[in-house]
Design a protein around this ligand. Structure first.
Ligand code: F0G
Length: 457
């Protein structure tokens, strides 16, 4: 069989810069050992996030030029409305400036103090918006998700027993919705099966609970359903997506991922009632209903992006690149979340750096090592990200300490992946010598990982 190469050729390039280890030592110290504080030119290969960092296509750039910047009723709004109806089947939608803004607006309608919101490892902004309203996010992900060696094909699935136990322990009025995150970012870009979506919806309907999909990486999720779920091998991605969303009452979307745009988001819903309630908050926080937080041109580019991201050739190549990096690491025995997820390779830092105590931020220590080794920027998904318990103010130590290497869409080649892989191999070879981590100098009360200042222990 012929190898499957990129489904595009490159029309525009942007230089990136290598640096020396001495330079990086100085820069990371100045950044208080927080990779968010680095300047982008101090980074050689940037795998901090796949959010807003993808490359738009020529068709998306062309769509920018025909954006309609009318305050009300712009054609770009209607282009996006049509794309959302065609792809997700939702009649109603509201644009926002990014995904967390959609959460803010929708949760302003749905979430009240004392509520509980079950889900599959809610993303940190999702959890933040729930906890900010003095409600609680309850993780009902299947246990296999927390065993990095388990080869369960759908480690994003919700455990129905855990979900039902939430449904039966609280009053119906206390549970405004269940949130299913597609793919589940926190557990490693792991997919949710169609069967699980069907089952979660049936159970939620029985208890009268709304089903909301956090849809940032919906197309990557659809790809895994096609690959791994027998009934869908011969289905098109667009048909799979349509069926997935037939199970949801509403969705929030960070368009910066599977919209392949640099900024933007939206929420969409089945009923006019929810649309009207949400639009009150959207107008206050984001903007009038027909632009929300977005420029007309960006809505145009997003309509094209939603079509491109559901193209099978695009997805095959995308998922293959992430797997390429992951498989190189697996060959060297480097511990990663398996199977490899959709948007990122997650390194199991507890197993990689087994001498660093959890109180010294194991995954952050590995992230700093990787930066020092090769100028590669990943991100900690561990104790710093988990924040302190809002009640006890103690550190929350999550089951997994991960270093996430998120791969931007259509941005890097496999040569870049090779640099990342070899850099990690070098660190892996000297891992026994890494025994101490970092301590906090200062931190914010919520979402501390963005601004935390650290020093070497
Ligand atoms: N939901 C999920 C699953 C996400 O991964 C993100 C963002 C959001 C919601 C919020 O969207 O950034 O547009 O406001 N994730 C980024 C990341 C930041 O790096 O994983 P946003």
């Amino acid at each position: 069989e012929l190898p499957f190469a990129e489904s595009y050729k490159i029309k525009m390039v942007e230089p990136i810069y290598r640096s020396t280890r001495e330079q990086r030592e100085e820069w990371i110290k100045e950044a208080n050992y927080n990779l968010f504080n680095l300047k982008s030119e101090q980074v050689y290969i940037d795998l901090l996030t796949d959010s807003g960092t993808g490359a738009m296509s020529d068709k998306q750039w062309a769509a920018l030029m025909t954006g309609d910047e009318s305050y009300a009723g712009s054609s770009s709004y209607y282009n996006l409305k049509n794309a959302i109806r065609n792809i997700f089947g939702f009649e109603y939608f509201l644009p926002t400036h990014q995904g967390r803004a959609a959460e803010n607006v929708l949760f302003s309608v749905l979430v009240k103090e004392g509520n509980v919101v079950p889900g599959n490892s809610h993303f940190d902004t999702t959890k933040g918006h729930i906890e900010f309203r003095k409600a609680k996010a309850i993780d009902c992900t299947v246990d296999e998700a927390f065993d990095t060696e388990s080869l369960h094909p759908f480690k994003g699935n919700i455990d129905l027993v855990k979900l039902e136990s939430v449904y039966s322990s609280y009053n119906r009025e206390q549970i405004p919705m269940v949130i299913v995150t597609l793919t589940c970012n926190t557990s490693g870009g792991q997919p949710v099966s169609m069967q699980n979506l069907r089952d979660v919806t049936a159970l939620s309907q029985k208890y009268g609970v709304k089903v909301v999909f956090d849809s940032a990486r919906f197309a990557e999720n659809a790809w895994f359903i096609k690959e791994r779920e027998d009934d869908y091998r011969n289905s098109s991605i667009k048909d799979i997506v349509a069926e997935m969303f037939s199970f949801a009452d509403a969705m929030t979307m960070s368009s910066k991922k599977d919209g392949i745009v640099n900024i933007g988001g939206f929420m969409a819903m089945k009923t006019e009632e929810l649309y009207k309630q949400a639009s009150v908050f959207n107008i206050m926080y984001e903007g009038f209903n027909t632009y929300g937080g977005m420029a007309g041109r960006d809505m145009n580019a997003l309509s094209v992006g939603l079509d491109e991201v559901t193209n099978e050739h695009y997805l095959k190549n995308r998922i293959q690149q992430v797997a390429y990096l992951g498989n190189r690491l697996i060959e060297w025995g480097i511990p990663v979340q398996k199977p490899i997820g959709g948007h990122a390779v997650f390194i199991d830092a507890k197993h990689f750096l087994s001498h660093v105590p959890k109180e010294e931020y194991i995954a952050q220590t590995l992230a700093i090592e990787l930066y020092l080794e090769a100028g590669v920027r990943g991100v900690e998904v561990g104790t710093l990200l988990a924040d302190r318990d809002p009640e006890t103010k103690e550190n929350r130590y999550p089951k997994l300490e991960m270093l996430r290497l998120a791969i931007p869409r259509r941005t890097y080649t496999n040569n870049h992946m090779d640099v990342v892989a070899v850099a990690l191999k070098n660190i892996f070879d000297r891992r026994e010598k890494i025994v101490r981590g970092y301590k906090i100098k200062s931190e914010a009360p919520i979402m501390r990982h963005f601004s935390v200042e650290l020093e070497h222990v």
